[in-house]
Design a protein around this ligand. Sequence first.
Ligand SMILES: [Zn+2]
Length: 260
Amino acid sequence: MPQHVAGGNNSAMSCACFRFYAELNDFLPPQRRGQTFCHQFERQASVKDMIESFGVPHTEVDLVLVNGESVDFSARVEGGDHISVYPVFESFDISPLIRLRPAPLREPAFVVDANLGRLARYLRLLGFDTLYRNDYDDPTVAQISHQERRILLTRDRALLRRSIITHGYFVRADHPREQLAEVVARFDLCRLLRPFSRCTRCNGLLERVEKREIASRLEPKTRRYYDDFLICPDCGQIYWRGSHHERAVKLVEGLCGCGG
Ligand SMILES: [Zn+2]
């Protein structure tokens, strides 16, 4: 599509052409998906602000080319620019170009937005360090993500627009099990699973506990049939290999094809 500058009675208008690649198109309205579109603007803006004005969170973007050159988020968009915007590359090397986000977090840790509680429990079940409270507000999760270098998981695009967030992910799926599969695939988590090592209630690291120490707290049937127990030192919750455990094993097998 040819570049053009809107002229006529408004000479201050500039126009830049954008094309978004791969899953970044999920964020665009249908008529802008998979094709170049031109955007008229009056006021100068950074490439980050302009990308986000189309509804694409900057945390989803890994590479921006302006007229074929990689730039960082602060680059100013000029009239006539052709801008290509790419998501995280899973399989090909773009290291000679500027990566927009810092290196991936080595041990992924998460902070989960208030409306994704079941996803948070699933992530803990798989052993991932996951902070979640149902009363977290936006500034709180953004601050935790920034200070503790945790990946923010949310379904709120506006939250991902906050510039202090460097590692965030917009969860697409509606159902918690699908959300879990999506996050596991996106962050390549299968190799890092440590199922049944964390408290699903509070994120504490579970420890073995002698049956006699907690026997008084068990239901009679549990006391009769089970001998191995884990306890959360933070909230006191007790875990054992009951039917819940078998369902959880099946969940892990379904996600990664192994027992973890
Ligand atoms: Zn706990």
